[in-house]
Design a protein around this ligand. Structure first.
Ligand SMILES: *Cc1c(COP(=O)(O)O)cnc(C)c1O
Length: 381
């Protein structure tokens, strides 16, 4: 017997942007208005850059107007050419920035458990044209950074990490922005830390700073000299103000998400046919997403059916990252995009469902979501 559960009165989405008290923003905006400088490395930008450098535990950082421009500049600044090995199980921005750099994405299959690029399959994708690996810490699970570094060393490849989901992620106490050549963070409104739109690059080689900062400002060195074909990647003062105030809220938001994660773990782990992300020893989670995987045979209905059923309860989950990037019309004719090359990606993309996950959700609603998922399963038997 399953009791009839009621739908939520208001729609519930996977996330809600962290919104500070408006007065806190207005107070800081006054400083910007007084300074009468709205962008171009203003005071707020410089303060945020310094604070994030410490917060992320990295030797060097450069802020951007969004994560996608940041990734584009990352490729350019490292002089990457030809083919770049990447994952098909990611947000569209990842392969698209390669195309915008006239680079060729080469899709490598993912590890079925971590859902990240499978380091054991990277080597077979390397050709004389390969110059770099663009890997993604999907859902905040770290890639096998040590193995990927070994491969890169052996074949003299550059490594760029898309850490859009990985703000505050740590491996054995080491901050995620300290691996590879350059790491990109996105500060889009859907990310835990955000500036409405925004992003950053972090890197250990401080000598990259001048080049990266020139590239995000049209290549302008001074009033008399423009020394390379740059782009406009600058974060403005209003974004920086938002970031400074949101940064103060991160700790509390993480505490709330931690509680919801624990509740989801306890309540969903016991449901047959649902599997959760593996807990990796020594990893501090970014608490960005809470994905589950549905095994249709055991759970009783498919991921897609659960997704539709949840909508009738006013719960709007997301099928990230469906469709696979390798199935986009612009990429599906690439040899590496063939489904035969990507069996794990093809399976995972049909099983993953991302649940509502943000501090403001609260334990009560999170608990109801678990009940509803359980009741949907039971109603199918
Ligand atoms: C959000 C996201 C991006 C893009 O970031 P923007 O700041 O929105 O440009 C890139 N990659 C992944 C995996 C993302 O989730």
């Amino acid at each position: 017997m399953h009791k009839k559960l009621k739908p939520f009165e208001e729609p519930i989405f996977v996330t809600k942007p962290l919104l500070p008290d408006l007065n806190d923003i207005l107070n800081k905006l006054k400083e910007v208005w007084n300074a009468q400088l709205l962008t171009n490395n203003g005071t707020q930008h410089r303060i945020l850059e310094e604070k994030l450098k410490h917060f992320l535990g990295v030797p060097a950082i450069s802020l951007f107007n969004n994560g996608t421009t940041a990734l584009m500049v990352a490729c350019k600044s490292l002089g990457i050419t030809g083919d770049v090995i990447t994952t098909p199980f990611t947000f569209a921005a990842t392969p698209h920035i390669l195309t915008w750099n006239t680079l060729n994405p080469v899709f490598c299959d993912i590890d079925p458990l971590t859902m990240n690029i499978d380091p054991n399959k990277i080597e077979s994708m390397i050709t004389p044209q390969t110059t770099a690996i663009l890997a993604v810490h999907v859902f905040g699970t770290p890639c096998d950074v040590y193995k990927i570094q070994e491969i890169a060393n052996q074949y003299k490849l550059k490594i760029i990490y898309d850490a859009a989901h990985a703000f505050n992620l740590k491996i054995n106490g080491e901050n995620i922005g300290n691996f590879g050549d350059i790491t990109m963070f996105s500060f889009h409104a859907t990310k835990l830390f955000h500036t409405a739109e925004g992003g950053a690059l972090t890197y250990r080689d401080k000598s990259l700073t001048t080049r990266i900062n020139l590239m995000k400002n049209f290549g302008i060195k001074n009033e008399e000299e423009v020394i390379l074909p740059g782009i406009n990647g600058k974060m403005n003062e209003i974004q920086a103000v938002l970031g400074l105030v949101v940064l103060e809220m991160i700790e509390e938001e993480r505490r709330k998400r931690e509680q919801i994660r624990t509740l989801y773990w306890e309540r969903l782990n016991e449901i047959e046919g649902i599997s959760l992300l593996p807990e990796i020893p020594g990893v501090q989670s970014s608490l960005q997403y809470f994905p589950i995987r549905i095994n249709k045979e055991i759970f009783g209905i498919s991921r897609d059916d659960l997704y539709e059923e949840l909508k009738t309860f006013n719960i709007f989950t997301r099928k990230y990252f469906y469709p696979l990037c390798s199935d986009f019309p612009c990429y599906r004719n690439l040899p590496s995009a063939s489904p035969h090359n990507l069996p794990n990606s093809q399976q995972v993309v049909n099983e993953v469902l991302v649940l509502p996950f943000y501090g403001g959700l609260g334990l009560e609603k999170a608990s109801s979501i678990c009940e509803i998922i359980k009741s949907i399963k039971e109603s199918k038997f």
